[in-house]
Design a binder for this molecule. Structure first.
Ligand SMILES: Cc1cc2nc3c(=O)[nH]c(=O)nc-3n(C[C@H](O)[C@H](O)[C@H](O)COP(=O)(O)OP(=O)(O)OC[C@H]3O[C@@H](n4cnc5c(N)ncnc54)[C@H](O)[C@@H]3O)c2cc1C
Length: 484
């Protein structure tokens, strides 16, 4: 019996630039394992739903390369699953692309402990990031705290070159455990009717779809630098889901984009801006690695005692996308129906919750984590803290988005709001109607949508937020929340 090369598939559903998969193929006939482990099962519903799409697409592509053998799905913690698998098959090494979140690192640690008595080893490979997380550091050797110098340093060093691809034909192992049939796996049973709506509005999944989406983006990328803030225009790449699930690596995306910019100088400016956004993703991981508590604790220590409001009726209305503020509800409905939300609208939505409603950013973060198909633990945490004012930004305190002004500037004709809000204008778009199909019976959401965004309400929220912040800064009494 030839011992297999074991590949532990996590968030790297691709064949190109996948050093872990390539190494497993060299070790022996491939045994590709996907684990229903505690870290995966603890992720948000929409994110798990999207993982399932990635897994199906990868499994189908793997079967094409092996002549019919797909991914082996197993259930349990890695430290319980892999030692018997190694004993059964004679394999000694497990290859995994590193996904450096603290919960995964804790699992890796426990697995290493369990493998040691068997002389087994876990090999971690890069690929989730543009470069090794400790390569870009300040001159003092400390992590960066500000984006611009980080981006400059990264561009100066350059991202890593893409790693090896898996071979086009793969010999598959037949010695592994039977595994759970993919058809019987449902990673998001808690989504109920939301799953079929998401399915209807989903972007295609998989590595081929990621490449096709990137190519399609290049053909309409010219106005990206100015139009990327407009939710009413399809101006951004839509690559975040593919990056989050590892259907394309950021360094391959970078390499392809850089080649395209060289070949088409008219696009160079737009693609430079696009790559800056990809550096924001890298910066988020840089911050998370330096401060692993980022999803839970304020990045700026001085904000640790800020008395955010806990769950409240305003938060419930926000969660249910019935705040009465057009751009806010449109964004939250877009997320319920598609699992996505335009970046500008994410900022406005997050600002409404943390500023006008002074509600704890962690509640918003958790809601996004449960609802986004492009959920990324680093980007989600960094951006929530950035908007709330407790994260990495030079001028956080007085930046309070006025959602009506934002709407006038970035959705001037109301196209985006009409798409997502039933009753915004005479006809209800199918997208707007689909939102109602996702609602649990316990939610009472009026149809058509009801506006409640007069100037008085907007300025009362803004003034209360400013008063709360200055009271907090001057160590005054507790912030005032009247009139929210
Ligand atoms: C409150 C809040 C929460 C967010 N949560 C997530 C999240 O969970 N997952 C996620 O991928 N992005 C998150 N973002 C960032 C951003 O909104 C999305 O990456 C973007 O909307 C994805 O669309 P796109 O791929 O078309 O973006 P493009 O404009 O085409 O950008 C290209 C890529 O750059 C990266 N990127 C762009 N903007 C940001 C940013 N602000 N921060 C980090 N990376 C960025 C993404 O990987 C994106 O795919 C969040 C932003 C906010 C304000």
């Amino acid at each position: 019996m030839t011992a297999p090369g074991v590949f532990w598939l996590t968030r790297d559903f691709r064949f190109a630039d996948n050093a872990a998969l390539a190494a497993a193929c060299i070790d022996g006939p491939l045994l590709a394992v996907f684990l229903l482990d505690p870290v995966t099962l603890a992720q948000g519903a929409a994110s798990r739903w999207r993982l399932m799409q990635a897994l199906r697409a990868f499994d189908a592509a793997l079967r094409r390369r092996t002549g019919g053998v797909g991914v082996t799905v197993l259930s349990g913690a890695p430290e319980d699953v892999f030692p018997p698998l190694l004993q059964q098959t004679g394999a000694r090494r497990i290859h995994q692309s590193d996904w450096p979140v603290p919960q995964m690192q804790a699992q890796q640690q426990r697995l290493r402990g369990a493998l040691a008595p068997l002389n087994g080893a876990l090999h971690l490979h890069g690929g989730h990031l543009l470069t090794h997380p400790h390569r870009v550091m300040t001159q003092q050797g400390t992590p960066f705290r500000v984006f611009t110098p980080f981006a400059r340093a990264l561009r100066r060093l350059g991202p890593d070159r893409p790693g090896p691809d898996a071979p086009p034909r793969i010999t598959a192992s037949t010695t592994g455990p039977a595994g759970i049939s993919l058809d019987s796996v449902n990673l998001s049973p808690d989504m109920h009717s939301g799953a079929s709506v998401l399915e209807h509005y989903a972007l295609p999944s998989g590595e081929d779809a990621a490449l096709a989406r990137l190519e399609a983006f290049f053909t309409r990328a010219a106005p990206y630098s100015s139009a990327r803030d407009r939710p009413d225009i399809d101006a951004t790449s839509g690559m975040s889901e593919h990056l989050a699930s590892g259907e394309i690596s950021p360094r391959r995306l970078w390499a392809i984009t850089a080649l395209r910019a060289e070949a088409e100088p008219a696009l160079a400016g737009a693609l430079h801006t696009f790559l800056s956004e990809v550096i924001w993703r890298e910066f988020a991981w840089h911050l998370l690695l330096a401060f692993p508590q980022m999803p839970r604790a304020e990045w700026r220590g001085e904000w640790a005692d800020f008395p955010w409001r806990g769950a409240n009726s305003g938060f419930t209305a926000w969660q249910q996308a019935r705040t009465g503020i057009g751009l806010v509800d449109a964004g939250l409905r877009e997320m319920r129906v598609t699992g996505r939300m335009h970046n500008r609208v994410r900022m406005v939505v997050a600002s409404w919750l943390t500023k006008h409603l002074l509600t704890d950013w962690r509640l918003g973060l958790a809601h996004f984590a449960d609802s986004l198909t492009d959920w990324d633990p680093a980007a989600n945490a960094m951006n929530w803290q950035w908007v709330a004012g407790c994260g990495p930004d030079a001028s956080p305190y007085f930046r309070i988005f006025n959602p009506e002004k934002q709407a006038a500037q970035f959705d001037p004709d109301g196209t985006y709001r009409a798409k997502w809000l039933a009753g915004w204008n005479a006809t209800t778009a199918p997208h707007a109607a689909a939102y109602y199909d996702t609602l649990p019976s316990s939610w009472q959401v009026p149809q058509p949508w009801v506006a409640d965004g007069d100037a008085q309400r907007l300025s009362a929220g803004r003034n209360a937020a400013l008063a709360a912040y200055s009271a907090f800064k001057s160590n005054d009494a507790s912030p005032r929340f009247e009139g929210l």
